[in-house]
Design a protein around this ligand. Sequence first.
Ligand code: DLL
Length: 433
Amino acid sequence: MNIWDQTHECMSRDELEQLQLERLQATVNRVYKNVTHYRKIFNASGIIAEDIRSLSDLTKLPFTSRDDLRVNYPYGLFAVPLREVVRIHSSSGTTSKPIVMGYTKNDIKIWSNLTARFMTAAGVTHDDVVQITFRYGLFTGAFGVHYGAEAIGASVIPMGTGNTDKQIMIMQDYKTTVLVSTSSYALALADRLEQLGIDPKSLSLKVGLFGGEPWSEKMREEIERRLLLKATDNYGISEIIGPGVAGECLCKKGMHIYEDAFLPEIIDPETGAVLPAGSEGELVLTTLTREAFPLIRYRTGDITCIDYEPCECGRTLARMKRIRRRSDDMLIIRGVNVFPSQIEEALFSVAQGETPYQIVIERKGAMDHLELFVEVTDKIFTLELQKQRSFLETIGKCIASVTGIHVDVRLVEAKSLLRQQGKIPRVLDKRDI
Ligand code: DLL
């Protein structure tokens, strides 16, 4: 089935806004009734659901932050009883505790439709063979796209991450036409193909769906040239749904936001003020159809701007620009979200106290590489060599178990990390993407 939902994707602004208002009112009602967190803050600021008479009344509602999700861990923000939840995913939080998201049966149906929509916009049809190289598990990426591809009727290869040689063998033998991955992994695949002397012309790749991490036009040009496919960008965030919030059509002029399901705003990240259309700022999203996990004015931390001009493809949905920055200190390492505070927490717990350190990120070849430099303290210095080694290994394991990523931990001389105004910058991100 070709899922171009023309009813929702080509609506006039007036019709769309009417639909958004109806869905917003229903969502506000639902969270007031079913979610203690929202009831409390609405009551405290004297807001009642009937106050939302137009879309501009949205600004009367408070923002929801990642911290609100943390405080309500695990199920505090669910708007339905657990027995109606058919799926649970989670994402990295600022501390060792993750953030938990629930989906009802209907949420999964809507989610599949949304991912099917961005895949269709990028040219995927039921004739395609879709190789998914995201991690299957608590991460929303793989399952979200998987269900969308099945909804289209494409043949899905649920590969999961890693094992690049096997990915390539399957790509050759099963005649994969659509690659679903992070942009950096697409380049890693291109590198390996080159090493193996495999001509990309011998593959059947047609479309690449890349999301989950920032990338650039320069990378797009390189991926298209080396893998001989059309590379498109798609955006999502686990708290809101996962992939399927926005995606590019083949005009490649920004990602269409599925505004019938998510109401976007752009705010000044410092003041919280809503900025006029076209300004750059932090993306704030309100879910309009979520049953299990509705969020009001969720601060995504992603810096972008929105273009409301209709697109040449016929879709009237607004388009968001590539995300290149965040308003907070969240890092994305090979598509995995990592907070410096998680690394610090793990380090200090193993070191049993504060220890000077610095996180350095580089892109080696196509892939991100994270190193943690720890300055030797008297306590560490007095350890035997063997114990020092196992100390570093324990830190690495502890960080891996919390964040899911591999970190090289290295000891450096005391006072050797460069200070700025007496302080070591916590993160040195040397990536140039
Ligand atoms: O990465 C969901 C996803 C999976 C989207 C697969 C697309 C494909 P999280 O792990 O919660 O969810 O990470 C969300 O990743 O706030 C952005 O900072 C970043 N991000 C996602 N897509 C893009 C993109 C998934 N296309 C966080 N460009 C978001 C730049 C992106 N950054």
